[in-house]
Design a protein. Sequence first.
Lengths: 121, 121, 121, 121
Amino acid sequence: MNITIDPASPVPAYLQIVQVIRLAILGGRLKEGDQLPPIRELASLAKVNPNTVGRAYGDLEREGLIEGRVGSGSWIRPPGENRETLRRKLLTAAWNEFLAKAQALGFNQDEIHRLTGRNER
Amino acid sequence: MNITIDPASPVPAYLQIVQVIRLAILGGRLKEGDQLPPIRELASLAKVNPNTVGRAYGDLEREGLIEGRVGSGSWIRPPGENRETLRRKLLTAAWNEFLAKAQALGFNQDEIHRLTGRNER
Amino acid sequence: MNITIDPASPVPAYLQIVQVIRLAILGGRLKEGDQLPPIRELASLAKVNPNTVGRAYGDLEREGLIEGRVGSGSWIRPPGENRETLRRKLLTAAWNEFLAKAQALGFNQDEIHRLTGRNER
Amino acid sequence: MNITIDPASPVPAYLQIVQVIRLAILGGRLKEGDQLPPIRELASLAKVNPNTVGRAYGDLEREGLIEGRVGSGSWIRPPGENRETLRRKLLTAAWNEFLAKAQALGFNQDEIHRLTGRNER
DNA sequence: GTGGTCTAGACCACC
DNA sequence: GTGGTCTAGACCACC
């Protein structure tokens, strides 16, 4: 678990932490039964206040992705029935976000392909 | 000029406005000499306070993209020498951001191609 | 009479005009009996609204430096008894302003002399 | 940190604050790691609204001179590579401004030297 | 009308 | 407490 927080980002620190861990779980790098680092340890690594990590863990728990057991740490929960659907939905959303930005910048289909190196063949 | 602000976003309203206009200028949809809507008009369209739009216009002016003339409105300035470089840099950044997210979600090269419909052939 | 106005300056346009003309009179480049350019002409040269020049002329008139005659233009008035005193006072003020800035920037007496090329001999 | 704002000046309050702090940093009176007074405290000392000081701090941050950390104050950043160049440039600019004004007032080289007391010896 | 600045007062994330 | 953002409302210089 290696998290770097950008304190200048408009995205609040606790949300940056939530996003990194959420992606790690959905991407399978954190699996059912894995233990998350203790709040104070992650806080020290990410150079934020323990309260900030605590809030992030709380959000992930409310989403059903992790489970905190007082006195024994926080753990990754088993995948729900629609985790795969969510994973695909997030990929599509990320792709659309990229496309929108590229088009807003005035690039056409061809230029996008060329500059992102995807005309391999 | 059609801007919708998400008040729930962690990105502050003034920054959302800056980003939309910056992309429109870099993408060529707003050109040298075009006039931006008056602060109060855009504020009313985007449902924010005039001060918020004013701050966004001020940031764009400090970036050299627009120019405000008291009493007569705000205008798009001629492109600087490295606007094209900036445009390409932003495209690459957006692409890398997408790739990072897709990989964090655990998709491999093939899956990414398939789901974003780019192996047409 | 050649005036360039910086519209981005925090000093309002009418004040910039006043200052240039005041210095020209005190410095002797505009003398008793000389005629100032018509308001509309100076406005067009300086690219400002005629009202702005009008206000500047009004201020100079209230200071006793010029005199407007409706229908026949504006004229430089004869020097008052203490114009020489004022001239010296403005020089001293300008010098003190420079010294204050140089010292605020952390330069000592020697460096100031060296960098402003005044240890000739 | 002792700042007096002239509310009658054409230079806006936030800019007066920026200029004082910028000079203090470039002149070395505020050094890397020094803490600026809290926004609300300086606002009270200078008798302006906290927002006005906040805008000044924001400008200094965008210039790279200071850094604000939410919850823990604002700090002087380490000098960039060209701070010395900037310092000299500002001195030269101030000197040229003085010279221009003295000459506009009709003083010649000799008179300037005599009245600013710099031909001592 | 138009941009620019300011005050008073509020709420937020984080310490 | 501390910086950051925002609204409501005001006034200014200039058009």
